[in-house]
Design a protein. Structure first.
Length: 396
């Protein structure tokens, strides 16, 4: 008997929209009427987040703020080093909910001095910002664009390229040695996942509460991992497996996203006038990143040597994003975008860990050796230990 499909016309669609329409009306009523619990005698909830303090000229401070609360915030006074000063708000003194603006403070500052800035609202609530070491914020110019690009090149492209130069040496290792390098790659990537997630969570904690920063970065990382996993399954459909070269490219892309985060840290340090810190980060990250080239080269050790252009592409893909990171942080830093970039990088590296682990398991099955052999465990431990040791150069 033929089944009848009832209600597949336009009326069926309208029936599905009725609950959504009802939900919209309910939410509109709550927003407009406060669900009957609004009280006019309570003070407004003010939540102002200071995103950045820039010093574009020797006679001006610019404070970038975001209102993450449910009520408008009106800036009434500005205090610099315990003294009231004049100010001008870019879009008017009242900042709407979820609004962002810049507060321009005419103030003659002295290079190398520290400054404490207090924003006072019309309700008396205060929000603090600080300039630890006053220095001119670099403006956008061809020279500064080139300087930031050079910094990213030093930190990203050069050390990754130097790591890839180990490829001829690594190819001369035996099967056990190559598996050791693959396991070492997993150790490197595990460290990058933990490090990247901690950085993303730290940045997310500085976001206005309305963004739910920490859950956001966790979910973005998870969705990135699942999305790449699904895309890889579709790519592999109809094939026995994806090539080891494509795995190297995915490792390089995941590492590149992490290096973008490192570029953000360095660019922000220079933009905020912390030149000494920025130089120290360059040295630390350069030494830290040279091991990443080994991880990129590991999957292709057992394949016929790829062309030179593949190595160039791998180096640019893994190290090039550091240049983009220094540009973003140097000229238009955003905690929200930085946290999102890092979360995407974590998800991408997780997917790469899955792929490299599959290679290890396949090689173990072919050689009939245990997957968790002493060699593999030693490689994993060595990878984590190397990243930990070089990370000390950045954090100490």
């Amino acid at each position: 008997m033929e089944k009848r499909h009832e209600g597949r016309g336009p009326g069926w669609v309208l029936l599905g929209l009725i609950p959504l329409l009802g939900l919209g009306l309910l939410l509109a009523f709550i927003v407009l009427n406060g669900a009957g619990v609004a009280r006019s005698d309570l003070p407004p909830v003010e939540d102002l987040t200071v995103e950045r303090v820039a010093l574009p000229t020797e006679y001006e401070m610019v404070v970038s703020v975001t209102n993450g609360g449910p009520d408008p915030v009106t800036i009434a006074q500005v205090n610099v080093n315990d003294a009231l000063t004049g100010f001008e708000v870019e879009s008017g003194n009242t900042i709407p909910p979820l609004g962002s603006t810049e507060i321009n403070i005419p103030y003659t500052w002295v290079e190398g001095e520290a400054y404490a800035i207090t924003l006072i609202t019309n309700t008396g609530t205060t929000f603090d910002a600080e300039v630890p070491l006053a220095a001119l914020t670099p403006g956008f110019s061809g020279e500064s664009l080139f300087r930031y690009a050079l910094i990213g090149f030093y930190v990203g492209v050069v050390p990754v390229s130097l790591g890839l130069l180990w490829y001829p040496f690594l190819r001369r290792l035996g099967v056990s040695g190559m598996n050791f390098v693959l396991a070492l790659t997993v150790g490197l990537l595990v460290w990058l996942v933990v490090d990247g997630m901690l950085e993303a969570v730290e940045l997310a904690g500085q976001l206005p509460g309305v963004f739910s920063g920490v859950p956001m970065v966790l979910l973005v990382a998870l969705l990135t991992f699942l999305g790449l996993l699904g895309a890889e399954s579709l790519f592999r459909r109809g094939r026995d497996e994806s090539s080891r070269l494509s795995t190297s490219y995915r490792i390089s892309a995941g590492i590149g996203l992490h290096n973008l985060g490192e570029g953000l840290a360095i660019g922000a340090a220079f933009a905020l006038g912390e030149a000494a810190l920025g130089t120290f980060l360059i040295i630390g990250f350069t030494l830290h990143n040279i091991t990443e080239g080994v991880g990129i080269a590991a999957p292709i050790l057992k394949e016929r040597r790829p062309s030179l252009w593949h190595f160039v592409g791998l180096a640019l893909l893994g190290g090039g994003p550091a240049i983009l990171g220094t540009w973003i942080a140097g000229f238009a830093y955003s905690n929200l975008l930085s946290a999102l970039f890092l979360a995407v990088g974590v998800g991408a590296i997780l997917q790469v860990i899955y792929e490299v682990t599959r290679l290890l398991l396949k090689d173990s099955a072919q050689t009939k050796a245990p997957a968790l052999s002493g060699t593999n465990l030693g490689g994993l431990t060595a990878g984590i230990a190397i990243m930990y040791a070089t990370a000390l150069l950045v954090s100490v």
